[in-house]
Structure formats: structure tokens, C-alpha cells
Design a protein around this ligand. Structure first.
Ligand code: SF4
Ligand code: SF4
Length: 179
């Protein structure tokens, strides 16, 4: 999860998860990332933040039915949707993601992994040098409630209708000029 951006709603709905979401609530003895020496493991100073949620990519919502489906996701507790901009070969596109705040059952009380040698590939591939250890969890855009995504969807659909109307008017006007 790339937590860059302008806006965050996190913490509003998930007070129970605050130790996970707030870098200032890291365990006693925690260090800033740049204070960790090469012979230390950053994970030893963490509460296992990456083991307390998972994300699922979503298709970009464009229709009333799409937004209604997102509303259904957010009707469930411990869920959130965030949007991030991904740039590839100079082209930017927005990516929508569902977050489910749920603790992995293998996360031990000392924040270690109970199946470290047998952990899934997703965990093996995860890179601690770019992880959310000290992330402020700020997102470009995020939604935590069914009402917020419904309101966004209504605005999006109204703007899309207006853009279609403007394009249709421009087309009609161009056709009249040609005739
Ligand atoms: S990879 Fe990062 S978020 Fe996960 S336990 Fe290690 S330091 Fe914490
Ligand atoms: S299997 Fe281990 S490393 Fe993977 S999410 Fe669970 S506790 Fe974390």
C-alpha cells in the first residue's frame, strides 16, 4: 500500500486499530526507520502492521451498479476503500483498492509470525524496506462509510451525465454549422 497523498479518513472508524494505524503508537523501544542499523531487523521494532489487514484490487467504478457494490463492501465492519495514482511509462491511472482490517491468525502476541518458515508467498515477497512501518496512512482518497461512497458516486455520475450532455451539444452545434 502506497500511503502517499493528500487526504486521510483513517482512524475515524477504526479506533480499535489505532496502535496499527498511528506511527506514534509504535511499541516502546521502537526506532525511526533511519535509526535502524544494518544488523537489526525493522520487523523486530514493529507490531506486525502488515499482518493486520489485506487489500484487494477493485475495478474502477463507473456505473451506479459499481458504486452500489462498493457501498456493500463498506457496509461491512473493518473495511475501507482507498484510491492511489499509479504511473507507468509516463501514463497515470487511478487504482481502487479494498482494505479489510483483519489480523492474520498466525500473528503471535509478540508480533512475530507463528509459521515464519512456512509463511505464504505474499508474505515472503513483501519488502520491509518500503513497507508501512512508519507510514502515516495518508491516502490520496479514501472511503470508510457506505454514505461517503454513495455521495461520491452520485457526484461522479452527475458529472459524467453533464459531460455527455456537453459533448452531445457540441456535436449538434458542429453539425448545424456544417449544414
Ligand atoms: S514488513 Fe514492515 S509492516 Fe511488516 S512487520 Fe516488518 S516492519 Fe512491520
Ligand atoms: S502468515 Fe505470518 S507473515 Fe504472513 S501475514 Fe500471517 S503472521 Fe504475517
Amino acid at each position: 500500500m502506497d500511503p502517499s497523498g493528500k487526504k486521510s479518513e483513517t482512524g475515524k472508524r477504526f479506533a480499535v486499530e489505532l496502535p496499527v494505524l498511528r506511527p506514534d503508537l509504535l511499541p516502546p523501544g521502537s526506532k525511526h526507520r533511519d535509526e535502524i542499523t544494518p544488523d537489526e531487523s525493522i520487523c523486530d521494532f514493529c507490531v506486525g502492521k502488515c499482518c493486520r489487514y489485506f487489500t484487494v484490487p477493485l475495478k474502477t467504478p463507473r456505473t451506479r451498479a459499481d458504486f452500489d457494490e462498493l457501498r456493500w463492501y463498506l457496509a461491512h465492519q473493518q473495511t475501507m476503500i482507498f484510491v492511489e495514482t499509479e504511473t507507468t511509462n509516463g501514463k497515470s491511472r487511478k487504482r481502487w483498492n479494498l482494505v479489510v482490517w483483519t489480523r492474520c491468525e498466525y500473528l503471535k502476541s509478540d508480533h512475530g509470525c507463528a509459521i515464519y518458515e512456512d509463511r505464504p508467498g505474499v508474505c515472503r515477497d513483501y519488502k520491509a524496506d518500503t513497507c508501512e512501518y512508519d507510514s502515516p496512512w495518508v491516502f490520496e482518497e479514501s472511503f470508510e462509510t457506505p454514505e461517503s461512497i454513495r455521495a461520491y458516486g452520485e457526484r461522479f455520475l452527475a458529472e459524467a451525465r453533464e459531460a455527455r450532455r456537453t459533448r452531445a451539444e457540441a456535436k449538434t452545434s458542429a453539425a448545424k454549422k456544417r449544414s
